[in-house]
Design a protein around this ligand. Structure first.
Ligand SMILES: Cc1cc2nc3c(=O)[nH]c(=O)nc-3n(C[C@H](O)[C@H](O)[C@H](O)COP(=O)(O)O)c2cc1C
Length: 352
């Protein structure tokens, strides 16, 4: 009997004890949006569970904590320097703890491919920005990652920031969503909630938060999108279906009831049937980026394709096609994109 009691005492940590895990959420923020998400996540985790929320400057050690959530604003397509310095300083210890990364950012569209002068076309937006730190510190394996979108309050941007944002707007081939707004938001509420629920489930073992929508007040405010025009809105979700044909781009976005594996299989089938050379460029747990190249009587043309899944849209696959060649040479591309969409949407998979 005594022996049995001794064995029970040595058993691994029970779920009741796991609930006692101590967390640190450390953040970097310039204009405050990342701080708001930090306290929102803390509220979803629940005040009965210990989660210290601290700016980078307030942390001298991570020793007392069982898990660490690292949140950053985005600059130049990634977390800021201070976040890298924090990880460098605590690298060995972080590798022994449970870690989660999140970002607030302007571009929350993880099917987004950016093509600007002097750089190869590349994936941007949301969790794509976290791939660099994840690759840089392979021994730190995040339990959860989130790319939420964020907020920009135009009249309060510093002058250097204002110039940079203006320049980005000029280069944006698909238009700048913040044009004409004083406050622009891209944050997808469901992503913050899915991230915090992942921490609750995977780290704390306490499952998703009930009545989670009651906590959205940590983010929302009554301030208008534009002081001059009351009809403007701060947040406009991207439509499920978009087809743009301009001088600069042919762009098509849609959704299908599918996962990455099915999307990949169908695209490979389409490529084979239509003489398209489909080459995978990047594969993450949540998206795949391809170059699809074919000659349409002249020089070869490359279409950029991304398929992606999102935590706030379980069971859906977003599919985006981008071709930056001029309208007169890309007619064949547009026809091939239509065929790809028909295949992806077949058998009732299309989501309206
Ligand atoms: C100068 C500047 C550069 C930015 N660069 C990016 C970027 O490369 N990618 C992106 O998605 N968002 C970018 N953003 C948007 C911010 O990351 C976003 O607004 C964030 O929510 C701000 O967080 P904060 O309020 O905590 O500072 C940039 C914003 C500014 C002002």
């Amino acid at each position: 009997m005594l022996l049995l009691l001794f064995v029970v005492m040595l058993l691994p940590v029970s779920s009741a004890q796991a609930e006692g895990k101590k967390g640190l959420l450390v953040y970097a923020s310039v204009y405050g949006s990342t701080i708001e998400t930090a306290y929102w996540i803390k509220a979803i985790i629940g005040h009965e569970n210990l989660l210290d929320v601290k700016s980078l400057d307030q942390v001298i050690t991570i020793d007392p904590y069982d898990y660490v959530i690292i949140g950053s604003l985005t600059r130049n397509e990634g977390p800021v320097k201070g976040i890298y310095e924090f990880i460098d300083a605590n690298r060995a210890k972080l590798a022994t703890k449970e870690v989660a990364y999140y970002l607030t950012c302007g571009d929350s569209d993880e099917t987004m491919v950016l093509k600007i002068p002097g750089k190869d076309a590349h994936l941007i937006g949301g969790r794509n920005y976290l791939m660099e730190p994840i690759k840089k510190y392979p021994e730190i394996k995040p339990v959860a990652i989130g790319g939420f979108g964020g907020r920009q309050v135009m009249p309060t941007l510093g002058m250097k920031d204002e110039i940079q944002i203006w320049l980005v707007g000029k280069l944006a081939k698909e238009g700048a969503a913040w044009e004409g707004l004083d406050i622009w938001e891209s944050l997808v509420v469901g992503r913050v909630e899915a991230f915090a629920n992942e921490v609750r489930t995977k780290i704390l073992g306490i499952g998703p938060r009930e009545n989670i929508e009651e906590l959205r007040g940590y983010w929302t405010s009554l301030q208008p999108a534009s002081l001059k025009d009351p009809s403007k809105v701060k947040f406009k979700p991207k439509p499920a279906f978009e087809h743009h044909s301009t001088e600069k781009i042919y762009f098509a976005r849609s959704r299908a009831r599918a996962d990455l594996v099915l999307g990949d299989t169908l695209l490979k089938q389409w490529a084979k049937d239509n003489g398209v050379d489909l080459k995978e460029q990047v594969k993450n747990s949540f998206n795949i980026y391809y170059h699809a190249t074919k000659s349409y009587g002249g020089d070869p043309i490359t279409t950029h394709i991304v398929i992606a899944t999102f935590p706030d849209e379980p069971g859906n696959l977003q599919i985006a096609f981008r071709c930056w060649d001029k309208p007169d040479v890309r007619k064949g591309v547009e026809a091939d994109i239509t065929k790809a969409e028909e295949l992806l949407w077949a058998d009732g998979r299309k989501i309206d």
